[in-house]
Design a protein around this ligand. Structure first.
Ligand code: 5GP
Length: 188
């Protein structure tokens, strides 16, 4: 029997990535990660998810990674109720275990200006992991203010404010199984 598609949330102008497209891409990224770490004989992967936006992506991603791994989480200050970033990073919740000597993979929802991740990577580097890599579901390269190496990227998207699949506006829309552009009147 054909599975019923979830109807589009009425606050969205349009869907840019369907649940199916996301699922397929997550499988490919997870395979790339598994292949890379296995080929480099990097064992003991620690996947650090950035709360709260990366939670949905990370939970789907790690279930497709065929390597031994542990998970941890960090929460840093981000957008709140507006749609522009200050770049200032405040650690609201830190990881629970030491990452010294570990292979660390940071999982982010989206890299926009890059300021948040740049600051976060400085913090993590100082803790002396053996390797540090970044996996971001979405990337808006046109908005970049600082150079960031995104080792594993899901999709490059244009400069539009998107929600769904973990990404929010004022705390809402994270549960949507797809990613879409919010109608401008919602945040105006
Ligand atoms: P950056 O410091 O790279 O400018 O901002 C990264 C953070 O801003 C992301 O982790 C995310 O929380 C938020 N962000 C950037 N662009 C968007 C967007 O299009 N939609 C949503 N919901 N959040 C975004």
């Amino acid at each position: 029997m054909e599975k019923e598609q979830p109807s589009q949330c009425e606050h969205l102008a349009r869907i840019i990535l369907s649940a199916e497209e996301i699922k397929n891409r997550v499988e490919v990224i997870a395979k790339n990660i598994s292949d890379h770490y296995r080929a480099q004989e990097k064992t003991g992967l620690v996947v650090v998810g950035i709360l709260r936006g990366a939670v949905i992506f990370m939970s789907d991603l790690i279930r497709q990674i065929s390597l031994p791994l542990t998970i941890d989480f960090m929460a840093i200050s981000s957008y709140g109720g507006s749609t522009t970033t200050s770049g200032a990073v405040r650690i609201l919740k830190d990881i629970s275990e030491s990452i010294e000597g570990q292979h660390v993979l940071v999982v982010e929802d989206i890299v926009d200006t890059g300021l948040t991740l740049n600051n976060l990577l400085d913090v993590l580097h100082a803790r002396k992991p053996q390797s540090l890599a970044v996996c971001a579901l979405l990337n808006k390269p046109s908005r970049r203010k600082v150079e960031i190496q995104v080792d594993y990227c899901g999709f490059e998207i244009p400069d539009e404010f998107v929600v769904g699949y973990g990404l929010d506006y004022a705390g809402h829309y994270r549960h949507l199984p797809y990613i879409g552009v919010l109608k401008p009147e919602i945040y105006r």
